[in-house]
Design a protein around this ligand. Structure first.
Ligand code: DON
Length: 570
């Protein structure tokens, strides 16, 4: 194994915040640095890992478009960012093509055919702790590979070219960062508990920065996909390995479930905000509708005059977040299975009325503020990547295993983590999931149904052209982080860098509290407490990746400071 001295690695992993471009996009798995912010002329990729961003830009330079780059970046993330990058999970892509067409691709996991509403409850009807989160039974049928193949319709290069960098990274290995080493160390016990087969991630001596992670099984799986297309995952050897793994650990995914997995092309959820067009993900993600509700509830309020992170601004934004999340709990779920009243939830007069009981200076209360009464019908792991290319194709992809390293189960012999996405269903009405979200009938488990998501891959268009490409991981904090990033740029006039990196906060109706990052200003915290809010400090919120067009030809690419996230461009 090739190893770097820790000191050298510190230097290599040192962050650069250099503006103006920079071509540090060569893909050297043992010698890479993290660029947080750059200005690119032709194209840029921002993702959770510098090697994955570099792979994306290499594909752009080779003549690929933003869709090619997004596919190659996702595949590379499945290798270099195993906690969330994946082939064993699912995701969403929102895109705006250079010809003006907008797309929303749903490759969310599906509940296995023998899943059932109460599958995570004991004989007394109580939730069995952890059953929907860890181990084989927590997995939905993965959609990522089907999603990548579906998006090939808009790609220019061959899939073989797009997957090769990932194969090389898996086969030859790459140097892991300090953050990845400590993250892998934190799951060693879980790996023992939820696996019977050896995997590349086990290390009895403990991982350290600079160690090389080689993933031979994963490389072989990726080669099967390269050589056999989608069938290299959903049929044949890989499918058999998945089903054998399920049988070893009490999982229920079958060969038929894999064979029957289907992506869905959806109509993007679009709306206007202060003259910009927002294009985001529809059901089964709550993201687009929540973003729509939150932005519209404050569009007629003098938010910018309150000032960024002022008590008035945070209160107003908290109250719109509260109301949107109350509606999420009651009304949202997979619209293929449950009639989600999308038009009513985003009806302008409904949203105006929703704010009638908003009282400036006085905290709202989630026992009184319930899901809205709708008008009559009118006729912590996920990862995000943003790509913008020279032709004006913009791609926003959020993909997930759900929790960090998903179910913590590695498919024996196939080398990849499988998701624990089933926990995103409401396993019992009113019982909070991993992210504290509650739900009911709309998001109950049913065979073939997709679990409600919060992932919000989003584009903001100005005069119909891409202006911002944005998204983030973070469970239920995703829609609020995207909301705040957009508001920071449009209403508070911030640079993309500040919009991403300044403190974030979050309210999701229940629990009735404002979560704030450590760096949230003390004076605002105290003022909000005086209004009656409960403030809860927490770790970082999201890892937002933004590309923002700047006047002229360029684009600013910003990777969140909260992780190893990196921008690359040329
Ligand atoms: O789809 C969802 O909403 C969740 N499974 C996302 C999980 C997530 O963002 C974890 N990241 N920190």
């Amino acid at each position: 194994m090739k190893k770097l001295a820790p000191l050298l690695l510190l230097i290599l992993f040192s962050c650069s915040s250099t503006k103006n471009v920079i071509d540090k996009n060569n893909v050297d798995p043992w010698n890479y640095s993290i660029t947080k912010n750059l200005v690119a002329q032709k194209g840029a990729v921002v993702s959770a890992h510098p090697l994955a961003s570099a792979v994306g830009v290499a594909i752009l330079k080779k003549g690929g478009n933003a869709v090619d780059a997004a596919i190659a970046t996702q595949l590379a993330l499945a290798v270099v960012y195993p906690g969330a990058g994946n082939i064993g999970g699912g995701g969403f892509m929102v895109a705006r093509l250079a010809n003006g067409e907008t797309l929303a691709l749903d490759y969310r996991e599906m509940a296995p055919s023998s899943s059932s509403r109460d599958m995570y409850l004991d004989a007394n009807g109580n939730v069995v702790q952890g059953k929907s989160i860890n181990g084989h039974l927590s997995s939905g049928v993965p959609g990522s590979i089907a999603g990548m193949f579906a998006s090939m319709k808009y790609a220019k290069l061959s899939f073989k070219e797009l997957i090769q960098p990932a194969i090389d990274l898996a086969e030859k290995g790459f140097a892991i960062s300090e953050r990845e080493a400590s993250s892998l160390n934190s799951i060693q016990q879980d790996l023992q508990k939820y696996n019977t087969q050896p995997s590349a991630f086990l290390n009895s001596k403990g991982w350290k920065a600079g160690d090389t992670l080689v993933q031979k099984d994963l490389a072989n799986t990726l080669k099967l996909i390269r050589d056999n297309g989608e069938a290299g995952f959903y049929k044949g050897k890989t499918a058999e390995l998945i089903v054998e793994e399920m049988k070893r650990g009490g999982g229920i995914i079958t060969l038929d479930d894999l064979k029957n997995y289907q992506v869905k092309w959806r109509t993007p959820h679009s709306f206007d905000y202060h003259g910009y067009t927002i294009v985001s993900m529809p059901m089964p993600s709550s993201g687009g509708i929540l973003l729509h509700q939150m932005l519209k509830m404050l569009e007629d309020k003098p938010l910018s005059s309150y000032g960024f992170l002022s008590p008035q601004a945070v209160q107003l934004m908290t109250e719109v977040e509260r109301r949107a999340f109350a509606d999420r709990a009651e009304y949202m779920g997979d619209a293929d299975f449950y009639k989600v009243p999308e038009a009513q939830l985003t009806n302008e007069s409904y949203l105006k009325k929703r704010m009638n009981d908003y009282q400036p200076g006085i905290a709202g209360n989630s026992t009184q503020i319930k899901p809205g009464v709708l008008p009559m019908k009118e006729s912590e792991q996920t990862t995000h990547l943003s790509v913008l290319d020279a032709e004006g194709n913009a791609v926003s992809v959020t993909t997930t295993l759900n929790n960090s390293y998903g179910s913590k189960t590695v498919i024996g012999g196939a080398g990849f983590f499988i998701n624990d996405e089933m926990d995103d269903f409401s396993v019992k009405p009113g019982v909070p999931n991993l992210y504290g979200a509650v739900g009911g009938e709309a998001n109950a488990i049913a065979p073939g149904k997709r679990m409600l998501s919060s992932m919000t891959p989003t584009l903001v268009l100005k005069d119909g052209k891409p202006f911002i490409v944005v998204g983030t991981p973070g469970g239920t904090t995703i829609p609020t982080s995207v909301f705040q990033t957009i508001v920071n740029i449009i209403d508070f006039g911030m640079s993309a860098d500040d919009a991403v990196n300044k403190p974030k906060f979050h309210h999701q109706w229940l629990p009735d509290q404002i979560d704030v990052e450590r760096s949230f200003p003390e004076a605002t915290r105290i003022a909000l407490q005086k209004m009656g809010y409960t403030i809860k400090e927490r770790g970082s919120i999201g890892r937002t990746e933004v590309i923002k067009k700047i006047p002229g030809d360029g684009m600013e690419a910003v990777a969140d400071k909260r992780g190893d996230d990196a921008a690359a461009g040329y």
